[in-house]
Design a protein around this ligand. Sequence first.
Ligand code: FAD
Length: 521
Amino acid sequence: MASSCLIPAHFIVFFIVSRLMSIIGKSRRSNDSLTSEIDSFGVRAKLRYDLEATGLSSSDYGNIVQEIPSAVLFPTSIDDIIELIKFSNKCPVPFNVAARGHGHSTRGQATAHNGVVVNMLSLKKHYKNGSGIKVSTSGNYADVGGEQLWIDVLNATLQHGLAPVSWTDYLYLTVGGTLSNAGISGQTFLYGPQISNILEMDVITGKGDFMTCSRGKNSELFYAVLGGLGQFGIITRARILLAKAPKRVKWVRMLYSDFSIFTRDQEHLISIKGLEYLEGSVMMDYTPANNWRSSFFSPAHESQISSLLKKHGILYCLDMVKYYDDEIVNSVDKEVEMLQDRLNYIPGFAFMKDQTYADFLNRVRRGEITLKSKGLWDVPHPWLNLFVPKSCIMDFNAGVFVGIIHRQKITTGPLLIYPTTRIKWDDRMSAVIPDEDIFYCVGLLRSGSFNDWQDLDNQNNEILEFCDRAGIKMKQYLPHYKSKEEWMKHFGSKWNTFQERKAQFDPRMILSPGQRIFNAV
Ligand code: FAD
């Protein structure tokens, strides 16, 4: 009982009025039954108002935004979520609803100020024996709950010798959470983002309608939801394309001091056949060669690289990966060598790892565990993720990596940069990318402290202003904006469609208010 004292008074009134409206509404139905009342009561019993529940759902991995919801729904079935959204729609003033996957957004995107957060992971507990992930008997897809973590998808599909083809670098993210953005990693150039590898979905729209959608059925909803920033519906099932899983990988990291040679080699590698993963990163002389996300180098190599860094100030790392299994175990080294032969990295600065496919995909987890043990995981993360057109990447390097980040020497955390291809994206989906055929994924994955994160965010703003001034037509990935004008600019020619889809699937603008698109100031 004590916990109900924590509910703001206006919300108690709002909930009582809403509840009455709901009951009145139901009593008008011809077959108003006890069952529907029990259903409704069921949802109420799954709502928590206490500070423990609302507090945990008020922030995210970013630790920058805090928006306290009025309640958190811990659903035990999809019907609970439908009930909640329908309930909100019946209210004279609907309350907001935000699905929260694993809360790994960085700007409060999964929060719902004064609304209800749906704790999607709660669904996971109610499936027995991992039945939230079902691999089809034909073996070319898996039906996966939107609340499932990608690590669990990997483990479940590997048991059948299969796996999805497109990944994120880190696997403790939910399927619904990454499909709301795009889901990118070093495989994107070859297979497209995760949203390009979805065959079908079940979605609860902002009206509370449960709909199955695909390219051929309810396609408008299908395209809206993929990359749709949670604005049109809550994904409860995604049918994910699978392929035969390789057993092991050869992972090669090569160092460059010249950015133009580095990007030329990256672009060459994504234009040929032969490898399955390509990424890259930037190293600065004021940070160690290894970072929390990747401890690739041995101590001996680290000191070698430190000397090189002292000489050049900035180095660029190219990461390429070749998958292999028993069939090519004898030829894989030769194939990797042949790929390397065409590259122009600094002689002597190529490093190789050979590991299982599963360990490679789950490579960021080790860093997470180490950071958690040092209390450095739950710190502010003012990340900035950009898609930069190929034609501007030299200007971007000069202006941002050299001119801002290296000069100011305040950034800590991985700086990722790798090219990918537009052709693997479907423009009918809501995700936004630059117009050019090749564009670079840039991730400034900064960790700050509660005292200094603002300095890093000021640097983000400086970078965005630089891009504006230099005419670099980049797009933000995992975007966050403050005004409607900025959102309109972000979506460009897709804005009208985005708005129309919102009117169609979430006309009362209930879903994912933390994105601040339709409720921007
Ligand atoms: P949440 O933060 O919980 O939610 C994100 C948004 O999606 C919210 O608006 C929420 O309302 C909505 N949402 C959540 N579940 C659903 C659902 N079922 N249906 C509809 N909407 C829903 N991204 C990449 O693409 N590639 C990477 O390599 C990558 N690496 C990362 C590494 C780390 C350490 C972190 C913290 C993030 C990384 N991300 C990466 C970003 C990540 O993909 C997004 O932040 C993603 O949204 C996080 O998933 P989540 O389950 O935590 O979503």
